[in-house]
Design a protein around this ligand. Structure first.
Ligand code: FES
Length: 367
């Protein structure tokens, strides 16, 4: 009986190994579609080897398309127009495209496999995106699962970004992942300090990039990132501002607050920052500095479940409940939100209840 089981396991293992070998060979040979041409904006042409996604081939040629999920088809950010070639629209793309986008041939570049010549159109600002070689200069533990990483720029030496924008951090293959990936993180630094980029990153269990950053990346190591991307940024109106964030959603709001100090912005602003426990709040001293530097700024930390021994006497419950308690009428305000999809959706619902117009709500949702 035991021998029969052993032989069966052996046969199954051999079949699995043979299948893996066939897949590897197919990937190398059948997945190679030979030389293909990518024509961009009817102007430039790239000669590539077909077989990979359009996103990957463009990135290989140093043309970086926003891709917050690293090409997994879950963020919907890698859109561009495919005017010719590219094959039919895939079911994985459909949920991310409006009727109008489908009619104008918008596709998710991570889902389009290049098998023959292809013609695409991409916005001019994408060409302004650069790749930066950096050195990890400092790693600061903010909470048990959130750290602030400071990267000194080596080449180019400076970055020009608008507070609220994000970069994509490259993770090389390492012990726990054979995949090379990019992940998007909002810049948290002061744009005036253009020789550095600071990111606030929360550890995602089994996350390829965050595990690399938390368990492998050390001060002094070189990393690559590209950017800046995104249009999440302060408007130039005088409308009072409601900021709402949680966890690493602190990043773009912190950068915007530096910007408000630098430009002597006098807009009234309230910042509701949600955490589960008091120990999950961070950068409180910096927020106090902002309160003293800005004309009319209030920081409102909100703790959902404070422990009795934490002696918390501030706002409690969900961050949206605190917003409701403190704001009676949001009809003339603008809101800037950053956090999980659940927190953003709940915040939008509450702000609309308080009279805010949808077009005055700006957000950066984690993919
Ligand atoms: S990179 Fe294509 S959907 Fe995220």
């Amino acid at each position: 009986m035991f021998t029969t089981i052993l032989i069966s396991v052996l046969i199954i293992s051999l079949i699995a190994a043979a299948l893996a070998a066939v897949l590897a060979v197919s990937e190398n040979y059948l997945g190679d579609y030979g030389p293909c041409k990518i024509t961009i904006n009817k102007e430039s042409e790239l000669e590539v080897r077909g077989g990979k996604s359009l996103l990957a081939l463009l990135s290989q040629e140093k043309i970086f398309i926003p891709s917050a999920c690293g090409g997994r088809g879950t963020c919907g950010m890698c859109k561009l127009k495919v005017l010719e070639g590219g094959g039919p629209l895939l079911p994985t793309e459909e949920p991310f495209l409006s009727d109008e986008e489908r009619d104008s041939n918008v596709r998710l570049s991570c889902q389009v496999k290049v098998r023959n010549d292809i013609e695409i159109q991409i916005p001019d600002e994408i060409f302004a995106v650069q790749e930066f070689k950096c050195r990890c200069a400092d790693i600061l533990e903010l909470t048990h699962d959130i750290r602030q990483f400071t990267f000194e720029l080596i080449e180019p030496e400076k970055i020009d970004f608008v507070p609220g924008q994000y970069v994509q951090l490259f993770t090389p293959a390492y012990e726990k992942s054979s995949e090379e990936v990019y992940r998007a993180y909002s810049i948290s630094s002061d744009a005036r300090n253009d020789g550095k980029i600071e990111l606030i990153i929360r550890l995602v269990p089994n996350g390829i990039c965050t595990t690399y950053c938390f368990d492998y990346l050390k001060e002094g190591d070189e990393v690559k990132l590209n950017g800046p991307y995104g249009d999440f940024q302060l408007s130039d109106t005088e409308a009072p501002i409601i900021f709402i964030a949680g966890g690493s959603g602190m990043a773009p709001i912190k950068s915007m607050l530096h910007q408000m100090v630098n430009t002597d912005n006098k807009r009234k602003a309230s910042y509701f920052f949600g955490a589960n426990k008091v120990s999950e709040l961070f950068l409180g001293d910096l927020m106090k500095d902002f309160e003293s530097q800005l004309a009319d700024f209030t920081y409102v930390p909100v703790v959902a479940n404070p422990e009795p021994e934490e002696n918390w006497d501030g706002e409690t419950g969900l961050v949206t409940e605190a917003v409701k308690r403190q704001i009676d009428d949001a009809s003339v305000c603008e809101a800037y939100l950053c956090g999980s999809p659940g927190m953003i959706d709940a915040s939008i619902a509450v702000l609309k209840e308080l009279g805010m117009k949808e077009e005055n709500i700006f957000y950066d949702k984690f993919a």
